[in-house]
Write a protein that binds this ligand. Structure first.
Ligand code: KIV
Ligand code: ZN
Length: 555
């Protein structure tokens, strides 16, 4: 008997709250790829970015709206502070989408009003009334968030939300901005607004919970139990500080315990694993093995008692199946003798779309190369190759040749040859503390752009000695001055978007490499990160030119 009632909208903010977190930089192409994948995942709303932050952010939102915002696709939302300029920029950026939403916010907690905004409560209500009204004069779908609702005076919060409802907000999003509340408190806050704000029954109440105390998902679900019908969340739970509620956990909790929550979502759960992997490789943040739903161990039964039980009857220790989240990639699929046609049909079956024949050809070559090195090539290997291909790190410098020596009594030494943007080849050598260090130093001698390696991680995609290694690196560009000279506008940064709306210094770039030779995977990952760093400046300049000159939007 179908006992689920009600639909909970999934509002994905990976490209806004997620992307503005330290080091979660994505290029425009990567943001587009994530947006396409979110559409396959069938999220209801994609918050594509914060257009007033920079011309680059505006351009990314505009492009996503154009490409992904079709009539049968998701709603495309853009964030705006409660001022006319931000709201106008959000509105122009989402123009090409068939279904558009302006999301505007204003703090309502005394601590924010006094110390950050220097506004009285009365002024705060005036701003909400005027700016929600202005947004509504442009767009039929307006979301308002009372920022730091979790620490706001409950009676003032009721008042602020009521003003937003009167001014035309259609969704009221209630953020626990600093992740302070317990599930009981968060649920009670939602219930209180539900019961006491006149007119709110015609609107959607939404949750937006941060994970500072590790309860973002529990709080969001408590919000759903109390009547919220939209959950804001991110893939892998990325976001400011400890992150946001993780989409995969919220969705699978509702999927698995649908009768308890008495709601359902429209998410295509089989796309969850792929989406998680894509985001993780783009931002260079590996998913911890014990992460619920998408961690490598989430469906692995290690202890003898558990294995025995699962073999006898799966549900003895499994509350959901790996297949439901798209983790059925262990089947042997292709090998040395598989040709283009077999790879194409496999990609099709996996739901992978490549942009053009050139991308397919590169992927096919990597696949053939892999088959020479590895006997059993399964879905996980193919997904890793695809992820590397979709990384869209522009190849300003191409890694053409790597040679290294290392050993217990040898000084690690590497020689690399790169092809530069001018088509010329550049060769250099260096010694290092190990082969990876020697390669990285030789590359740096050619590229000459100061950077610091801040993270390096290796993961084996499959079991066995011939497993494909995936390496993720994160580098911080050095010698970059503050945003006041315009240098950093448009790139994600370790300090993210400030209240002034501008991004600040210390840009972090990630790179991802896959190869059966771990050292080679490390070399590719470093090249990808360096190329992103080099391309960031070009992209900023291009975005500024398009936004200023072609579209006439001023920053
Ligand atoms: O956490 C928060 O309060 C936000 C708002 C902008 C919705 O991200
Ligand atoms: Zn947030």
């Amino acid at each position: 008997m179908e006992s689920h009632v009600g639909h909970v909208r999934i509002f994905d903010t990976t490209l806004r709250d997620g992307e503005q977190a330290p080091g979660c930089t994505m290029t425009l192409e990567e943001k587009l790829e994530v947006a396409r994948q979110l559409a396959r995942l069938n999220v209801d709303i994609i918050e594509a970015g914060f257009p007033a932050a920079s011309p680059g952010d505006w351009a990314a939102v505009h492009e996503i709206a154009r490409e992904v915002g079709s009539a049968d696709g998701p709603v495309i939302a853009a964030l705006a502070r409660a001022n006319r300029d931000d709201i106008e920029k959000a509105w122009t950026a989402i123009q090409p989408a068939a279904k558009r939403r302006i999301h505007t916010f204003m703090s309502t907690s005394d601590i924010h009003l006094e110390h950050q905004f220097r506004k009285s409560r009365a002024q705060c209500l005036t701003i909400i009334r005027e700016m929600v009204g202005f947004a509504r004069s442009l767009c039929d779908d307006v979301e308002f968030s009372p920022m730091d609702a979790g620490r706001s005076d409950p009676l003032f919060l009721r008042e602020a939300v009521a003003v937003a409802v009167q001014a035309g907000a259609t969704t009221l999003n209630i953020p626990d901005t600093v992740g302070y509340l317990t599930p009981d408190e968060y649920g009670a806050m939602i219930r209180d607004l539900h019961e006491h704000v006149p007119g709110i029954e015609a609107c959607t109440i939404s949750t937006h919970c941060h994970d500072d105390l590790g309860v973002a998902v529990a709080n969001s679900l408590a919000g759903v139990r109390a009547g919220a019908r939209q959950v804001e969340c991110t893939i892998n739970g990325i976001g400011e500080r400890a992150g946001n509620a993780s989409l995969e956990e919220v969705v699978m909790a509702i999927h698995t315990r649908g009768q308890f929550y008495a709601v359902r979502t429209q998410i295509n759960t089989q796309e969850i694993a792929r989406t998680s992997r894509l985001v993780s490789s783009f931002i260079g943040v590996p998913v911890p093995p014990n992460k619920a739903i998408v961690g490598a161990n989430a469906f692995a039964h290690e202890s003898g008692i558990h294995q025995d039980g699962v073999l006898k009857h799966r549900q003895t220790y499994e509350i959901m199946s790996a297949e439901t989240v798209g983790l059925d990639g262990n089947a042997l699929v292709l090998g040395k003798h598989s040709g283009r046609h077999a790879l194409r049909s496999k990609l099709h079956a996996m739901g992978v779309e490549l942009d053009n024949d050139e991308e397919f050809q590169r992927l096919f070559e990597s696949f053939k190369d892999l088959c020479d090195r590895k006997k059993r090539v399964d879905d996980r290997d193919i997904l890793a190759l695809v992820t590397g291909e979709l990384q869209h790190a522009p190849e300003i410098f191409k890694l053409d040749h790597v040679q290294y020596t290392s050993g217990s009594s040898l000084i690690p030494t590497a020689t690399v040859r790169l092809i530069g943007p001018d088509g010329q080849s550049h060769t250099d050598s260096n010694q290092g503390t190990g082969p990876v260090d020697a390669i990285y130093q030789a590359i740096n001698r050619i590229i000459r752009r100061p950077n610091e390696l801040i993270e390096f991680s290796i993961n084996a995609i499959t079991e066995g000695l011939d497993a494909v290694a995936e390496v993720t690196v994160r580098i911080r560009e050095q010698g970059v001055s503050s945003s006041s000279d315009g240098e950093n506008i448009g790139a994600s940064t370790s300090t993210a978007v400030s209240l002034s709306g501008r991004r600040s210094a210390q840009q972090i770039f990630s790179g991802y490499g896959v190869h059966t030779d771990t050292i080679m995977a490390a070399a590719y990952a470093y090249m990808a990160a360096l190329n992103k760093m080099l391309a960031a400046r070009q992209e900023r300049i291009k975005a500024e030119a398009v936004v200023y000159e072609v579209l006439g939007v001023k920053f």
